[in-house]
Write a protein that binds this ligand. Structure first.
Ligand code: ADP
Length: 461
């Protein structure tokens, strides 16, 4: 495969992930190009890039970042070699990846075909089955009617979970515990899925009680080399959305860890996966693991894997897209058996949400913003500075705090210290809530599953 140098990189995103990618590119000597919506005229990401251009003029705040043709037009006009989509927005839009290809622009991610296939969660499940990976009992196709669901429940029993075929971000899922809830739940799930993802199709899975969410970071080059970078434990969730993540997991036996990582790698090898991606699993209290989905993109919590492996995943993505092999000195990822993790890392997602008011997103001006820091602390912030305006248009992630320690206790201590150093005024945040999480005895002992937050009212004090 021929190498193609990326000289000018456009990031089709905003907030912290855009800034994260600019930093990676700048260190590689690549010129960075931001896009921004009219509503993001004063957002920090645009000033962190070498150049920035308005997209989607006259369109809404979200629509601007989804405006494929406007983004392609900016890219072409400014001789962009490659586009990194970040996460969210167009990151899992196969059409966008294809349009980039057609215009001779490198799309930093897997092929449009794989984005398309993994974007359909039913198809993803079937791919896992074909690769011999255990999946949760579920429907092999989207359900057509309530009768389909009744039939499924007869075979596998309650509770069941209704999920959108094109779902993401924990949205549109519904747990059903008996037949009389079924009809209404399906209708609601379908209409939620339609408005959130533009696709009303839903499917069913057996709902697992008290599982852990364990996911494996995968990275593959365009020469057939593919490795895993071990797991992250993302069980600390609120409404099926991750809040605090830990790597490596405290509660997997050595054997189970190896088995899960091997399964993830096997699936991604079987489909010829390239670039960075994550395979997600649920692990039940009886130590069985089940595939749930693949995220064919960079993830919010990639930072903690970087901390325990020393591998810059975003720079690796860029190099892979340029055609480098994993073992090229420029990337220098060793063979699988030599990839090791050291220490522990924790990430907290600081959001502008009010925990006392059902985590309602709060907006307004940051009257004060003073961050924590120091040895072993990494901050990935979006539009976070004294005087910044938090608008209601986008997701409420303000800054990601990632801490590293040789032991888990050290990482947790650093997290607590950093959370307490922060001062954010003018807009409500979840800082105190996060403090309660990282000091909770069950968190510190690794004794938790996805029900952790929902079953602990003391976290909200
Ligand atoms: P999304 O793409 O919306 O993030 P996922 O399929 O990745 O959806 O699931 C997100 C979370 O929802 C999981 O981490 C888990 O907490 C919960 N979940 C999903 N499927 C199941 C299931 N079958 N049983 C129990 N919990 C589930």
């Amino acid at each position: 495969m021929e190498r193609r140098k990326i000289r000018r990189l456009l990031v089709a995103n905003r907030g912290e992930i855009a800034i994260r990618i600019f930093r990676a590119a700048t260190e590689l000597g690549i010129r960075t190009i931001a896009i921004y919506s009219e509503q993001d005229n004063f957002s920090l990401h645009r000033f962190k890039a070498d150049e920035s251009y308005l997209v989607g003029a006259g369109k809404g705040p979200i629509e601007a970042y989804l405006d494929i043709e406007s983004i392609i037009e900016v890219a072409k006009r400014n001789q962009v070699d490659a586009i990194h989509p970040g996460y969210g927005f167009l990151a899992e839009n196969a059409e966008f990846a294809k349009r980039c290809e057609e215009e001779g622009i490198i799309f930093i991610g897997p092929s449009p075909d794989l984005i398309h296939k993994f974007g359909d969660k039913v198809e993803a499940r079937n791919m896992a089955v074909n690769a011999g990976i255990p999946v949760i009992p579920g429907t092999e196709e989207p359900i057509e009617s309530v009768e389909d669901a009744i039939q499924f429940a007869k075979e596998f029993g309650y509770p069941i979970i209704i999920k959108g075929v094109s779902g993401g971000g924990g949205r549109g899922m519904r747990i059903v515990r008996s037949e009389d809830e079924l009809q209404e739940a399906i209708e609601r799930a379908q209409s939620e899925a339609r408005s959130a993802f533009g696709n009303a199709k839903v499917y069913l899975e057996r709902y697992l009680e008290k599982p852990k969410h364990i996911e494996v970071q995968i990275i593959g080059d365009q020469h057939g080399n593919i490795v895993h970078l071990y797991e992250r434990d993302c069980s600390i969730q609120r409404r099926h959305q991750k809040v605090v993540e830990v790597a490596p997991s405290l509660s997997l036996s050595k054997d189970l860890r190896e088995e899960i990582c091997a399964a993830a790698l096997k699936l991604m090898k079987s489909v010829g996966y390239t670039n960075a991606g994550t395979v997600e699993f649920l692990v039940t209290p009886d130590q069985k693991f089940y595939f749930i989905e693949v995220n064919p993109r960079i993830q919010v919590e990639h930072t903690i894997t970087e901390l325990i492996t020393g591998i810059d995943i975003v720079q690796t993505q860029i190099r892979i897209a340029e055609g480098y092999a994993l073992n090229d000195p420029e990337i220098a990822i060793p063979a699988q058996e030599n990839i090791q993790t050291t220490g522990y890392a924790i990430q907290c997602r600081v959001t502008t949400e009010d925990p006392e008011n059902g985590f309602m997103p709060d907006t307004g001006r940051l009257l004060a913003y003073r961050s924590g820091g120091g040895f072993g602390v990494r901050l990935d912030a979006g539009n976070a500075y004294t005087g910044a305006t938090i608008t209601p248009y986008y997701d409420s992630l303000l800054v990601k705090i990632s801490t590293y320690g040789v032991t888990f206790e050290q990482a947790a201590q650093k997290m607590l210290r950093t959370l307490r150093e922060f001062r954010i005024r003018g807009v409500k945040t979840n800082l105190l809530f996060l403090e309660n999480v990282v000091t909770h005895p069950d968190f510190l002992s690794g004794n938790y599953d996805t029900s952790f937050i929902d079953t602990k009212p003391e976290l909200f004090k």
